[in-house]
Design a protein around this ligand. Sequence first.
Ligand code: GAP
Length: 470
Amino acid sequence: MSVQTQSCNNTARMSDQNLMEKIVSLAKRRGFVFPASEIYGGIAGFWDYGPYGVELVNNLKQLWWRKVVQERDNIFGVDGAIIQNPKLWEASGHVAGFTDPLVDCKNCGARHRADHLADTDSTDIKELTELLKDVVCPTCGKKTLMPPRTYNMMMKTWVGPVEDNSSIAYLRPETAGSIFTNFKNVVDSMHPKLPFGIAQVGKAFRNEIAPRDFIFRVREFEQMEMQYFISPDTQTEVYESWRHFAWDFMTKTVGVREENLQWHEHAENERAHYAAAAHDIYFKFPHGFKELWGTHNRTNFDLTSHAKASGQDLGYLDEETKERFIPYVIESSVGVSRMLLAVLTDAYREDTMGEEVRTYLALAPKIAPVKAMVSPLLKNKPELVAKAREVRAELQKVHPAIAWDDNGNIGKRYRRQDEIGTPFCITIDFDTLGETLDLKGTVTLRNRDTGTQERLSVAEVADRIRTAIE
Ligand code: GAP
């Protein structure tokens, strides 16, 4: 049986503002993302993942870990503490240089990101001063903006019972820090040969001046970062291969459409203090093409700085040439919540099915939080329920994320699963039990994207799910 579908998404794309509102609303309604401490009015820049959000981000993180660490012999995982010795952040340049440009309004006291207000990627204060000289404050509308200045984004805390300057510590602003400080430990414990990498997935904190655009710019987030240690003469080819890895991961592994991605090469006035080259993948978020994933050539900046500040030898001895040198580093770095927003934006669809407008998430089955839903046609028929339970248990041998839903009519169950991006719905009816003899043992398999339904054996359904999530 086939159901007529007509896509609104491709023909008349909804306005971008509208799209962001729809995604935020779906994310809350269907248990993906909730405002942190919402019952107290929330807190700017902090969000919680709900039941489906946590499954989806876990799938993204697991795929990244598999592709970066598990499928390779020369990349090692670590999981460092969020709070490290503050000397780490002095040596890395973050205490002095991890800044964003801001402007204050003399009239109303509002504070804005200077580069956002000037609509530029540059963070150069001279350039921003020039660009903002005739700009009015977006909050009060007056031409009373003060000269732009820099502002350190690291979040501070105190370690121990005394709150003074000697006990200040920082919540890490990037996970890369403890990768560099563990360089020597990994060399001494794993004895890798160059090139090799160290990877980490974990929380990072930035006191963003203007957290905004839902989970795009937040103050607490997770990063998936990998530092690849190399000999300097291979920097160009290794850099190229990691930036293409990022592109392939998004398109082939996560399954977002290529048309939603583009490259952005950093100009000199845009690069972080440690980077000699940087390419971002920009994604077409509802608020425009913006940074999703960075590849950076950090040269030997970090290991050299940490060697100098700690007094430790962070060199690498090439056994063949007997040469000792500080390796260069190519970094691959992406934020988990940004990847989640990219995935939700890419997957969000509306179409007309039958007479009704429906919303669905066209998530790739391997990242979908629920792989399939099993349902008895009627919940008050014990024989249907028992058979459906049996089918679900069978399918859970393929993947545990097989949901059960017997609430409301079958159409409502399908709509719920469409909105969370479940690729398949399986219904057990009287034909399954043998009412129509030649259909005995078969079930209905409904496809999320097309709404088409087929009758298949349970073994065939299991195969479909297995193939889809591979
Ligand atoms: N270790 C390099 C580094 O941290 P970055 O460009 O500052 O580089 C890397 O951050 C990635 O982390 C970004 O491409 C983005 O995906 C994510 N990210 C950075 N700041 C973020 C924020 N405030 N909210 C959400 N994600 C953020």
